[in-house]
Each structure stands twice: as structure tokens, then as C-alpha cells.
Design a protein around this ligand. Structure first.
Ligand code: BES
Ligand code: ZN
Length: 891
């Protein structure tokens, strides 16, 4: 059997490029099936001398090469070598002009990388390695060039022609064609190139920067979506302002453009001056978008805009440095949203994502450091670890250095490296140089995989009025890293007195290694200190502590670690009621709920009757009945930990038991507190017009949380209430909340609601995504049949990533139905991985990741999942994307 072996790329093998490109002149003659791409490169040697020493190697894939000219002379076939992934010219001078003409077929491009068609319009996606699918080029981020782009296309079909930078000229040509010439004055790597051509509507606005420069802002969408762009535009202006205020970063071109497309592998892309977005992250109006959609849009618009500095002006030297731009930019978008919404609530939702998904990745066979050491397919490394743990690493530096020190660090980073392609080491160096801090040990966060665990013990001495806190740190082994070195972990701490207030904190004796918490939101009377944990065992003594305090550890989740601390239930209840740190107030409740549900799971597995602890019930009741200012926080505090998070605490994951236990607790709470749930539901019902401000979002969130508890009661009256909400709500948040509840319940209203919704929205693809995923996530027994039937529905399209994610992707996260003990769920998802792989390997690989944690399940499920992993792995012509995930999962 001959199977292609895929090459592993290693960080240690990095070499600087042999040749640099000064300018690129591109000319695209657009045609659906036969697009001509002419590229003229001015190439210079990047050593003292190249002539006769280095061959010039250009990357290229799926290209029909038409001509190659060196300094104006046609190269003959014997003057160069081509294979499936490159063009090599063995003999080149130290400086030369190279002209290449290729032909490509955008219509057949189902991978959605390179130049492709979406909704009849041309668009490109070049990150990470899509540029090489249009022309031969040294497609690596440390080759930065000035781009000039000419687009030629049929004027009637493609009236709008866009690329990066400034429009230089445009006009008509013969045969109904027209052209546009663009120039981007900023040198950039090829992955930031973009081109869009189509029949698009344009929404315009402007922003005046802090130095008084007026920037034209445009959002391009299909004509029927014109009424859904206002929120994205407002978000963009807020982001531009925020980056000026928070980082002193001003926008640098005269125009900033966003284009929304329906077919997109990711969320959005930061191409210089021309961001391309999945329409999901642009389009919103109250009737079609939920509060979560509105917030998602603001976060993603912010993220891509912030990349203009953290990614475009300063980019990555190589793809191992991906977190340099992504981790930093995710931190920037999280911080932006903390400032635009509510600090505590945003932090809770970000930590929820980290703890439920990144911690799993860190504990899986795919575990890798924030700066990976090797990869087979770079697209497989756009991960929660690189992104979200990477953002935590930046956040920790800010906690260690304080906001002012961190700002000095970013100022130095931006000025020192402007126009360069650099490394995460360069970033940390700027932080060290700007503040005089030693971050050598801290850098282990970039190179060591796995989630560190902190075991905290405490000893209060009433005689000396001192409290000693000991921290023991460990980190579990991960693939290729058996032994771990101790990390530098910033731990924010508060101590609560019996009155529920924070005590003043003083550390005693020689252990003074702590710094006051800066930037962790200290306000009047609130006392938080950050201690720096560096050794395997570290002790801190706090003096002048009049009574035994309740410790509040890892406030605002100051490090991406697991904490073990033997608090009693009463102490947790106390923190839940009084902690000045919103995150820990919420987390105390989560810890109690985890403990309780794990007990229920054991009872369930033993066939015992479920009983719910009364102190939990009454604490829950207190939160439900209280009238908090921040209703969004209140809703979070009333939400039980997710099934996937609970799974992390089990030796052997039992998806059915987790689901049953969690629901039984939900039902018990609903039964006990029925009338209060109903009262709170009505109190938070908005009568007036729909508004998307924080207060209204919070009220809807709280009200809908109550509704989902109540729906556990299986009462016809409650179902009518839910149905009423479905019928009368004027906004998608309330419609979706009621529809999801009905879809999870076997009741007469269910089919009726689903079909009415379908009839109303079948022409709106983003709304249909919601309709599909609601059904794919239902725990009802027939879900797999439904999903299979939905694949035949005209609104489904296996070529569209949003549809795959909404239906098949959602099903693969449906823990009860995907993990059905008969293995049907596994076989179905594996079938889809194999069907999608030849069309879109990136999306297939994401879907295939549903199997990576197979070893955490019982023997029967292990066997069934392993069968599918092997079946996929042994399929001929498998992409390297899926191959890498499967082989690492089985290793
Ligand atoms: N640069 C990425 C988009 C990207 C990555 C496109 C890999 C193609 C291949 C972009 O900046 C990004 O990170 N987008 C995120 C959303 C963001 C808010 C985290 C995405 O697309 O999921
Ligand atoms: Zn990004």
C-alpha cells in the first residue's frame, strides 16, 4: 500500500528567506472558470550574495502555469522545475524581475482558500497559505512586499472591484469589461492580500481619527442585506475609538472596507484595509439576530480591526508565531468587549469558553503549546490554545506589569517592530525592556502545553493573627512533554472577613513577593493582591488578620489554571453571596453546582433516587429572588455548569448520566422555586420596543433563563407561556429562546413552532442556520434521524461551512445523541467527515476533532470511536488536514 507521507514542519528548522520581494504587480482577469493571473515580482537576494548559490523557490498549488519570464526573457522548460507544490528556478541573479502567468478555476474551488466564488461574487481568502493557489510566490509571512493590483472583469456582472489599500484609477475597457487599480502603500505578507469583485451594495460612513484624519468606512453586502449593516458600522467606529484611547493606535489608510460573504471557512479575515467577513458576523437586525449575535458582531469587527496593528503593521515571522497576532488580538477584543459591556459578565463568558474547550484540548492528544513546535497542516493550529490560551498569556503579562507597564510595553513593541515580521519572543522582550521586568520564566507559557494545577492550602493562626497560604503547582504531561518546569503564575487574591468585606492585605516576613493588583478593578474598599507563584511550592504569610478569613483565590481568573482549594460548602456559599470579585462570586456557585451534580451522577449510576441539597437550593433561591443591578450576571449565576465542563471532572465520561443528572437538578430547582421563576419571568418581560443595550440584554437573558427552568416542569400551562413568547416576540433573542425550549421537549407545540419558523424564515440563510442547529442539539431520541432528513432540506448545502457547522457540527457536540451507545452518531459524523474532506479539508478536519477525546469514554464507546477514527484514517486520498488529526488522536 502506498500512502503519501505528510511532511512535518518544525520551528527549529526556521531559516530566513533567501529572497525578498520589493514590489508585486498583480493583474487578475476575472472569469468564473478561467481566471488569468499575471504577477510581476521584483526580487532581491536576502544574503550578501545569492547568484549561483541559492535557487529561487516559489510556492504554488493547483495552478496551470502559462509563462515565466526572467528580466523580460521567456524561461524554457529546462530553466525551471515544477512539482505539485512549487516552482524552482535554479539559476537567478542577485536582483531580477520575474513575470509569471497562471490560470485558475474559481468556480471549482470548494476549499474556499485562494480565489473562489460566493453567492456569485469573487472573493479571496489567503491566510494561511491560500495565496499560492493563485500564483507562484514565496508564500511565507516574513516576505513582505508592496502590492499593486489591477482587476479586470465584466462590468455588468461585477460592478464593484476591490483590493487592499487605495484606489488609484478605474475605467471602462472593451467587450463590456472594466478595471480598477489598487495600491497598498504598506508592505505586507501575501496572506494579507485580498480581492473582491461583485454586484454589491455599499453602506458608507466616516471616522475622524485622533490626529484629525478623515477615514472613509464602507461595508459591502448583497443588495437585500442593506438593512442589516448599521450595527457592524457602529461597532467599527467604537473599535477605532477604543484602539486610540487604549493603545494610542490610529488607523493608517484613507479607507477601511468590510465585505460580507456567505461562504467562509472562518469568522472573518483581517486583510489590510479590506476585511472579509462571514456574513454571520456582519448582518443583524432585531427580527433576525439575537443579543449574542449582536455581541459577536461587535467582538469580531473589533478583532479584525485591531489586527491592523497587531497583525498587519506588525506580523508573524512564521506560523509558529501565530499567537503573536491571534492571542494578542483576542485579548484586545475581549478587553474591548469588557469595556463596551460588563467587565465581570464578559470575563465569565470568556472563562467558560476557555475552561470547557481549551482545557479539553490541553488534555487531549492534540495538546500543544501556545507556540507550537511542529505541525503538518497549519490550518489545524488555529486552535483554542493558540487563540484563547494565547490571550490569557497576554492578560497575565498585563496583570504582572500593571496596565501602565503593559501599555509602555505595547508602545515599545509597536514602535520597535513596525513594518516587521517578528516572534513572540520579540513581544515579550519589548515588555521586559519597557518595564525592566524579568519574564524569562514566564515565557514557559509559550513553550509548555497542558493546564497547570494549583493546590492551595491554608493555615490560620489566631494567636499571631496570621494566615499562611501555600501553593503547590504541577502540570500534567502532554504529547512530547513528559516533565514540566514550574511556571510563573500570577494569582490574584482577596481575603473576606466575617462581614463579607475584603480585608486589607499585608504580607509578613521574608515572603514579600507580592505586588498590589493593578488593573484588576480595585475600587473603594476592595482589596486584591497579586502574588507571583514561581516555585513548585510557594508560601505567603498575611499578617494582621483579626479573624479567620475566607480566601478568594484567582480573582477575575488571573491565570489559565485549575485551582484546588478545600473550601467548605458554607465558605463557598459565603463567597457566592459576598465576594467583591464578580468572577469568583459566580465561580463559587459553579463549584457548588459541580460538586452537587457529580454526586447526582453517582446516584444516577447506582440507580439511587436523586436528592438535592437544601443549602444549595436556598442559596439559589436567594440569587433568583434578589433584584440585582446586573441581570446578565444574575442569569449566569443561575446557570448550571455545561455538560462538557462537568465531563472534565469524571474519570470516565458518561454523557447520558451527566445529562440526566444536570437536568434532574434543573427540574428539582424548577419544582421547588416554580412561583419565583414565574414571577421573575414576568418582571423581566420588556413591554416597550426592542433595545440592544446592556440592561435590556440582561433582562432578556434572565427571563429566558427562567423560562428554560420552567420548561423542565412539563406543564401544559408553561408550554403555552413558551408558545406565547414564540408567537408574540418581536425579536430573535426571545423567539430563539422559546423555540429552543420547544425543540428540546416532546410536545404538540414542537412541530408547529419549527414549521412556522421555517415558513417565516426559509429565505434567510443565517436564520436557517439557527433553525438547523436547534434541532441538531435537541436531546430527544430521534435527533439523528432528524439531522439526516434535514440534510435533504433545500436550505441545507454541504458546500457551505455555516450549514455544516450548524447542522453536523452542532450534532457532533450533542453529547447524548452523538455518543449514543449504539455508535450510530459516530458513524454518521465519520461519514460526513469523509464526504466533506474532498471538498473542504479545513472544515472536515474541524468536524473530525469530535473524535479526539475517545480515550476518555467507556470501553464500548472507545471501541466504537476508534473504529471510526481508523476507518477515516485508512481512507485513500485523505487530506493532510484530516490525516494529521486522526493520526495524532490514535497515537
Ligand atoms: N486571521 C483570522 C482568520 C483566519 C484564520 C482565516 C485562519 C483563515 C485561516 C482572524 O483574525 C480570526 O482570528 N478570526 C476568528 C474570529 C476572532 C474573533 C477570534 C475566526 O475567524 O474565527
Ligand atoms: Zn485573528
Amino acid at each position: 500500500m502506498s500512502r503519501e507521507v505528510h511532511k512535518t514542519i518544525r520551528l527549529n528548522d526556521y531559516r530566513k528567506p533567501d529572497f525578498l520581494i520589493e514590489t508585486v504587480n498583480l493583474e487578475f482577469d476575472l472569469d468564473e472558470t478561467r481566471t488569468r493571473v499575471k504577477s510581476l515580482l521584483t526580487v532581491v537576494c536576502n544574503h550578501d550574495r545569492c547568484e549561483g548559490i541559492h535557487a529561487f523557490v516559489l510556492n504554488g498549488r493547483d495552478l496551470a502555469l502559462k509563462t515565466v519570464k526572467l528580466d523580460g526573457h521567456d524561461l524554457r522548460h529546462q530553466d525551471y522545475v515544477i512539482d505539485s507544490s512549487s516552482l524552482t528556478i535554479p539559476q537567478v541573479p542577485d536582483r531580477f524581475a520575474l513575470e509569471i502567468e497562471t490560470e485558475i478555476n474559481p468556480r471549482d474551488n470548494t476549499e474556499l482558500s485562494g480565489l473562489y466564488l460566493s453567492g456569485g461574487n469573487f472573493c479571496t481568502q489567503c491566510e494561511a497559505e491560500g495565496f499560492r493557489k493563485m500564483t507562484y510566490y514565496p508564500d511565507r509571512p516574513d516576505v513582505m512586499a508592496r502590492f499593486f493590483t489591477t482587476i479586470v472583469a465584466d462590468k455588468r456582472k461585477y460592478p464593484v472591484l476591490l483590493s487592499n489599500g487605495n484606489l488609484m484609477s478605474s475605467g471602462d475597457l472593451k467587450d463590456g469589461k472594466h478595471f480598477a487599480k489598487w495600491h497598498d502603500p504598506f508592505p505586507k505578507p501575501a496572506y494579507l492580500f485580498a480581492l473582491v469583485a461583485g454586484n454589491l451594495d455599499r453602506i458608507r460612513d466616516s471616522f475622524t481619527t485622533m490626529s484629525g484624519k478623515k477615514v472613509d468606512l464602507s461595508i459591502f453586502v448583497q443588495h437585500h442585506n442593506r438593512d442589516k449593516c448599521a450595527h457592524a458600522m457602529e461597532s467599527l467606529k467604537l473599535a477605532m475609538k477604543w484602539d486610540e484611547e487604549t493603545y494610542g493606535r490610529e488607523y493608517d489608510l484613507d479607507t477601511f472596507m468590510i465585505v460580507a460573504v456567505d461562504d467562509f471557512n472562518m469568522g472573518a479575515m483581517e486583510n489590510k484595509g479590506l476585511n472579509v467577513f462571514n456574513s454571520k458576523y456582519v448582518l443583524a437586525k432585531p427580527e433576525t439576530a439575537t443579543d449574542a449575535d449582536y455581541q459577536g458582531i461587535m467582538g469580531v469587527v473589533g478583532h479584525e480591526y485591531f489586527h491592523n496593528w497587531s497583525g498587519d503593521r506588525i506580523t508573524c515571522r512564521d506560523w509558529f508565531q501565530l499567537s503573536l497576532k491571534e492571542g494578542f488580538t483576542v485579548f484586545r477584543d475581549q478587553h474591548f468587549m469588557e469595556d463596551m459591556t460588563s467587565r465581570g459578565v464578559k470575563r465569565i463568558s470568556d472563562v467558560n469558553i476557555l475552561r470547557t474547550h481549551q482545557f479539553r484540548e490541553d488534555a487531549s492528544p492534540m495538546a500543544h503549546p501556545v507556540r507550537p513546535e511542529s505541525y503538518v497542516e497549519i490550518n489545524n493550529f488555529y486552535t483554542l490554545t493558540v487563540y484563547n490560551k494565547g490571550a490569557e498569556v497576554i492578560r497575565m503579562m498585563r496583570t504582572i506589569l500593571g496596565p501602565e507597564g503593559f501599555r509602555r510595553g505595547t508602545d515599545l513593541y509597536f514602535s520597535r517592530h513596525d513594518g516587521q515580521a517578528v516572534t513572540t519572543d520579540d513581544f515579550v522582550q519589548a515588555m521586559e525592556d519597557a518595564t525592566g521586568t524579568d519574564l524569562r520564566q514566564f515565557k514557559l507559557w509559550y513553550s509548555q502545553a497542558g493546564t497547570p494545577e494549583l493546590t492551595v492550602t491554608r493555615r490560620y493562626d489566631p494567636r499571631t493573627k496570621t494566615l499562611e497560604l501555600s501553593f503547590r503547582q504541577t502540570c500534567p504531561p502532554t504529547p512530547g512533554q513528559e516533565e514540566k518546569k514550574p511556571m510563573h503564575i500570577p494569582v490574584a487574591i482577596g481575603l473576606l472577613g466575617q462581614d463579607g468585606h475584603d480585608m486589607p492585605l499585608r504580607t509578613a516576613g521574608a515572603t514579600e513577593a507580592s505586588t498590589p493588583a493593578r488593573g484588576t478593578g480595585r475600587t473603594g474598599g476592595v482589596e486584591t493582591r497579586v502574588v507571583q507563584i514561581k516555585k513548585p511550592l510557594e508560601k505567603f504569610v498575611f499578617s494582621d488578620i483579626p479573624q479567620e478569613p475566607v480566601p478568594s483565590i484567582l480573582r477575575h481568573f488571573s491565570a489559565p489554571a485549575k485551582v484546588k482549594l478545600d473550601l467548605s460548602d458554607n465558605e463557598r456559599l459565603f463567597l457566592m453571596a459576598h465576594d467583591s470579585d464578580e468572577f469568583n462570586r459566580w465561580d463559587a456557585g459553579q463549584q457548588l453546582a459541580v460538586k452537587l451534580i457529580l454526586q447526582l451522577i453517582r446516584d444516577f449510576q447506582l440507580g439511587k433516587k436523586l436528592r438535592v441539597d437544601s443549602s444549595f437550593m436556598s442559596a439559589f433561591n436567594k440569587i433568583l429572588g434578589s433584584s440585582m443591578d446586573d441581570k446578565a450576571f444574575q442569569a449566569f449565576a443561575l446557570s448550571l455548569p455545561a455538560e462538557t465542563y462537568l465531563a472534565d471532572f469524571m474519570e470516565v465520561i458518561d454523557p447520558a448520566a451527566i445529562h440526566e443528572a444536570r437536568r434532574s437538578l434543573q427540574r428539582a430547582l424548577a419544582m421547588e422555586l416554580r412561583d419565583t421563576f414565574i414571577a421573575v419571568y414576568y418582571t423581566n418581560q420588556d413591554a416597550g420596543p426592542y433595545r440592544v443595550d446592556q440592561a435590556s440584554i440582561g433582562r432578556r437573558s434572565l427571563k429566558n433563563t427562567c423560562l428554560s427552568y420552567l420548561m423542565e416542569l412539563d406543564e401544559p400551562g408553561i408550554r403555552r407561556l413558551c408558545w406565547e413568547q414564540f408567537r408574540t416576540a418581536g425579536n430573535m433573542t426571545d423567539v430563539m429562546a422559546s423555540l429552543a425550549n420547544l425543540a428540546n421537549t416532546d410536545c404538540p407545540e414542537r412541530p408547529q413552532a419549527l414549521s412556522e419558523f421555517y415558513e417565516t424564515w426559509k429565505d434567510d440563510p443565517l436564520v436557517m442556520d439557527k433553525w438547523l442547529s436547534i434541532q441538531a442539539l435537541s436531546p430527544l431520541p430521534h435527533t439523528l434521524d432528524t439531522v439526516q432528513a434535514l440534510m435533504k432540506n433545500p436550505v441545507f448545502n454541504i458546500k457551505n461551512p455555516n450549514k455544516i457547522r450548524s447542522l453536523i457540527g452542532a450534532f457532533s457536540t450533542n453529547s447524548v445523541r452523538f455518543h449514543e451507545p449504539n455508535g450510530d452518531g459516530y458513524a454518521f459524523v465519520a461519514d460526513q467527515v469523509l464526504a466533506i474532506d474532498p471538498m473542504n479539508p479545513q472544515i472536515a478536519a474541524r468536524l473530525a476533532s469530535a473524535f479526539t477525546l475517545w480515550k476518555r469514554y467507556d470501553k464500548n464507546r472507545q471501541k466504537l470511536m476508534k473504529e471510526q477514527l481508523e476507518r477515516i484514517l485508512h481512507t485513500p486520498k485523505l487530506s493532510k488536514d484530516v490525516h494529521e488529526i486522526m493520526s495524532k488522536s490514535l497515537a
